[in-house]
Design a protein around this ligand. Structure first.
Ligand code: ADP
Ligand code: ADP
Ligand code: ZN
Ligand code: ZN
Length: 753
């Protein structure tokens, strides 16, 4: 049989692509490189995957097709030899609280099978072990593992005494009847801080009951029966049906409630009869609570002919999780709490066990969230997928991943309209001597920084113990650039995104989440230059400025100034087609006749930031555009919907609008995501400028180029999960390369040549 050896693309013109043609070898690893905005996604996602999906949909019956999202044909002359394409991206694994690492990887269903065969005492069918089935779920929490209940941390301030108002709940506030029943019970010293209570006093205070005493208050003496604060709270509110309480009462309770582990099943989600069933002493909840890398060994000891295939299936999947650097996770971890990088790697595991071949797998920066130490594991998995006979397409910036490519397509030379061409095709070795930006930066070695900003005081984190953190006490210097490092799962985001940010709610988080949910937002509206532009058009034409707004009477009636018509499908992504009346120009014909310096409002909105900088003279307007230009987004057009921006682009546009601030706290999580090596230089100039303005900048990063430029490094470790959660190093980059116990230090050493 004749095998089609290449995916053939001719005359591709999606987004910024300049009528390009290329051949991509099948059953090989092809990596797409190039600066951010050069057109990599336009080739891989908007052309190849979209067309593959469209062709697949064509094979369905008319009825089914009508239910599927419509993929418009990508703008290209020829796209040939595609096969079924699976995109493995960083979209977080959605789902609800019933979706866990165990359920999503199918390991949990195999474990259920295992327990139904080998568990003692026996249960009939495997579904009995499911927390999503009435037969297996805990009746108390319906298999959620959590219940809304009183949160003592919110309810009490243990650094205070009763007299000082240790009970924060207003109904129990100082002087109230309930407060009197504790303060005058004779059981507690009213001036003793709660944190100094003995174990007995604490137990009595929270849960004590059935103790009768005379309550002597200024209002007189009463005979009452003591009831601890938790007991009382529960009786008053929780044991009654919360949903039956008055709205105003529920509002009052809300700040003191949290979703806490269910006490009946201790968070395991399962009922007692399921939990009683054990294999070699462990029940199914013990299994799912273990770190995956420990669970492999436990399951491996099960040696029973009847379940050899099941055990094998479990072990294979668990080993895949370990081999991709996720061995620190447990199967009971809810998928909604996983990071983008973790989600992407979990999705990979599902496909590694699949027997399908000759598929096209598409990855979007799979190295995200991985410490340099773990990148080789990712590489092995990419190779495995290829060796099973699949075509692997990867958009990637990490040199260590690029190095394993069978074939590299370098897109450039620059971003936006100055990109969209193939500037190199060939092997890694050939790329090293290619005159492209990627070729140049792959050879480039930057030195360690050798002078550091002096900090202006410290922000302390004391005894943090969230997730895997082990009583971490650490100082974060003010007014300098601090980089937090460590392998995946070591505790970086627990420390910074959870503990630190909770203590510093005023800190500004610059993340990669979408900038705006409005369909009408674009760089012009987001930065405020649209107001100036409207004024300029109004003055030049002596008409009202509001004519030039997308949501005014000047807007095209057909599309309401959006430029597209969105057709809603009940439960699918809406379909988007350009407006036939204005052809996507968004304004009415008569508005388009008004010009400023010979350009219509639609033509101005089609300008890139760089072009607009040349075109306009107004100082304030230029100033705002310059800020966007300086974060490397000069290639965006003024009117490009913000919804089309990538995560990295969203992050940079946020930085652009924050740049002028002083003395603030900024937190960024992997800001190099989506950035080419040459873009990172630019990002670092911006971050350095923020620190120069006495801002405290805290960055979680794996990228060694960023680590080299830190004033201060906090390295978490030594490993992930239970083997992490400690600060293994604090100091400057120069000190880190001397720290032989730090994995990050080892890698930094090799990156300075
Ligand atoms: P890369 O993947 O290399 O970062 P992209 O392919 O995402 O680059 O983008 C290439 C260019 O096309 C950029 O200028 C980007 O802003 C633009 N672009 C991407 N998607 C859209 C879209 N839906 N509409 C208009 N322009 C887009
Ligand atoms: P890092 O940011 O260094 O990758 P994390 O702080 O995300 O590490 O994770 C540290 C540990 O805490 C890991 O074992 C992880 O599985 C666990 N963890 C993180 N978030 C949660 C969560 N929401 N619920 C339970 N465990 C979590
Ligand atoms: Zn329960
Ligand atoms: Zn229109």
């Amino acid at each position: 049989m004749y095998m089609q050896e290449y995916i053939v693309i001719q005359g591709a013109r999606e987004n910024n692509l300049k009528n390009i043609s290329l051949k991509i070898p099948k059953r090989k690893i092809t990596i797409f490189t190039g600066v951010s905005g050069s057109g990599k996604s336009s080739i891989v996602f908007d052309t190849i995957s979209t067309e593959a999906q469209r062709q697949l949909n064509e094979t369905f019956t008319f009825f089914v097709r009508n239910l599927l999202p419509k993929y418009s044909q990508p703008d290209a002359d020829v796209i040939e030899n595609l096969s079924t394409t699976i995109v493995i991206d960083q979209k977080r694994l959605g789902g609800n609280s019933r979706s866990t690492v165990g359920t999503i990887t199918d390991v949990y269903s195999l474990l259920r099978l295992l327990f139904s065969r080998l568990g003692h005492p026996h249960h009939g069918y495997a579904y009995a072990f499911s927390f999503n089935d009435p037969g297996g779920m805990c009746p108390e929490c319906s298999g959620i593992g959590k219940k809304v209940g009183l949160d003592l941390e919110k309810f009490l301030d243990t650094s205070k005494s009763l007299n000082e108002g240790a009970i924060l709940f207003p109904v129990f506030a100082v002087g109230t009847w309930y407060w009197n029943s504790y303060a005058y019970s004779g059981l507690f010293d009213r001036d003793k801080k709660l944190k100094d209570y003995s174990a007995e006093e604490w137990e009595m205070f929270l849960y004590g009951k059935d103790k009768k005493f005379d309550l002597k208050t200024e209002a007189g003496a009463f005979k009452i029966t003591y009831e601890g604060v938790v007991e009382k709270f529960n009786r008053l509110y929780i044991k009654r049906d919360i949903s039956a309480l008055a709205e105003s009462t529920r509002k009052k309770l809300e700040p003191f409630m949290s979703s806490l582990p269910c006490t009946a099943c201790k968070g395991t989600r399962l009922n007692q009869s399921v939990l009683a069933s054990r294999i070699n002493g462990y029940n199914i909840a013990d299994y799912t609570a273990m770190e995956v890398r420990a669970l492999v060994n436990v399951v491996n000891t099960i040696n029973h002919p009847a379940t050899a295939t099941v055990v094998n299936g479990i072990v294979t999947r668990l080993q895949h999780l370990v081999s991709i650097g996720l061995g620190y996770l447990s199967l009971d971890r809810e998928t909604t709490t996983l990071s983008g990088g973790e989600s992407q790697r979990i999705k990979m595991v599902k496909h590694l066990t699949s027997n399908l071949t000759d598929m096209i797998y598409v990855f979007d920066e799979p190295s995200i969230g991985l410490h340099p130490r773990d990148v080789h594991r990712l590489n092995e998995l990419l190779r495995k997928l290829r060796d099973k006979g699949n075509t692997v397409l990867v958009v990637e910036h990490d040199p260590d991943v690029i190095a394993i490519a069978d074939h590299i397509v370098d897109v450039g030379p620059h971003a936006g309209t100055r990109g969209g061409q193939i500037v190199f095709e060939g092997s890694f070795e050939e790329l090293l001597s290619a005159p492209t930006l990627t070729g140049k930066y792959l050879k480039h070695v930057t030195p360690l920084k050798n002078s550091y900003r002096i900090s202006d005081g410290c922000m302390e984190i004391k005894n943090a113990s969230l997730h895997n953190l082990r009583q971490v006490t650490v100082n974060i210097p003010k007014g300098v650039l601090t980089v937090v490092t460590g392998v995946a799962g070591s505790g970086k985001s627990s420390l910074i995104n959870h503990v630190f940010l909770k203590k510093h709610p005023d800190a500004i988080v610059i993340d990669q989440s979408a900038v705006s949910s409005s369909i009408r937002s674009n760089p012009a509206t987001y930065t405020g230059v649209m107001d100036d532009i409207r004024q300029l058009f109004a003055q030049a034409n002596k008409v009202s400025a509001s004519l030039f707004s997308f949501n005014s009477k000047g807007a095209c009636d057909n599309c309401q100034g959006i430029g597209f018509i969105y057709t809603d499908l009940a439960f699918l992504e809406p379909i988007k087609t350009p407006c036939e009346i204005c052809n996507g120009k968004r304004f009415k014909e008569e508005v388009l006749r008004y010009t400023f310096k010979d350009r219509s409002i639609a033509e101005v909105l089609a300008m890139t930031i760089s072009e607009a900088l040349q075109f306009f003279d107004k100082k304030e307007l230029k100033h705002r555009l310059q800020a966007i230009h300086d974060v490397g987004l000069h290639y965006l057009t003024l009117g490009q919907p913000l919804s089309t921006l990538s995560g990295g682009e969203c992050q940079r546009i946020k930085i652009a609008t924050e740049l002028h601030k002083q003395g603030g706290i900024y937190v960024m999580d992997e800001p190099t995501t989506g950035l080419h090596m040459s873009d990172i230089g630019l990002l670092m100039r911006i971050i350095n400028r923020m620190a120069d303005q006495q801002n405290s900048v805290i960055v979680i990063e794996h990228n060694l180029e960023v680590i080299k430029q830190a004033d201060w490094i906090i390295d978490m470790g030594p490993d992930g999960g239970n083997n992490g959660g400690q600060v293994v190093f604090e100091g400057t980059p120069a000190q880190l390369i001397e720290a032989d116990h730090s994995i990050t230090g080892t890698f930094l050493r090799s990156a300075i040549g």
